[in-house]
Design a protein around this ligand. Sequence first.
Ligand code: MG
Length: 169
Amino acid sequence: MRIGHGYDVHRLVPGRKLILGGVDIPYERGLLGHSDADVLTHAVMDALLGAAGKEDIGHLFPDKDPKYAGADSIGLLKEVAALLHKEFWVEYIDCTLLAQAPKLAPYREQMQENISAALGLKANRVNIKATTEEGLGFTGTGEGIAAHAVVLLKEVEPRHKYRSGEDSY
Ligand code: MG
């Protein structure tokens, strides 16, 4: 087994969409970034890459590269999945979003479905929770949203190296 942790932050600003876990969430502000700024999906990618011992998303998808301007982060997550699938199976992913507002519970299931589908997993292998920070710090004042993700990867046994990365349990 390999464990990985990912962490990301984006600033909340007017005039941008709020995309979390691939869900377009109605809100008066959205996250600022070169891509769609999906802070949750970015944390998941970094956790996966960390567990795999690979370089982070800043190296894989540089924010100076015009190719990634406005990029759909769920699409980038599929690229990360393709990078790992011969070497690792995803055992489980657990995430925490830190946001004072909006309420994220109504979007939890759809976020779990989007992330698990991008990785070819059953939805019960991805868990997403959200918490406020009691008005404290930059998430508490609504300046930004942060996300943590931890993942467990299982190394693919050599005799299975050429099986597909689909969830085969
Ligand atoms: Mg990011």
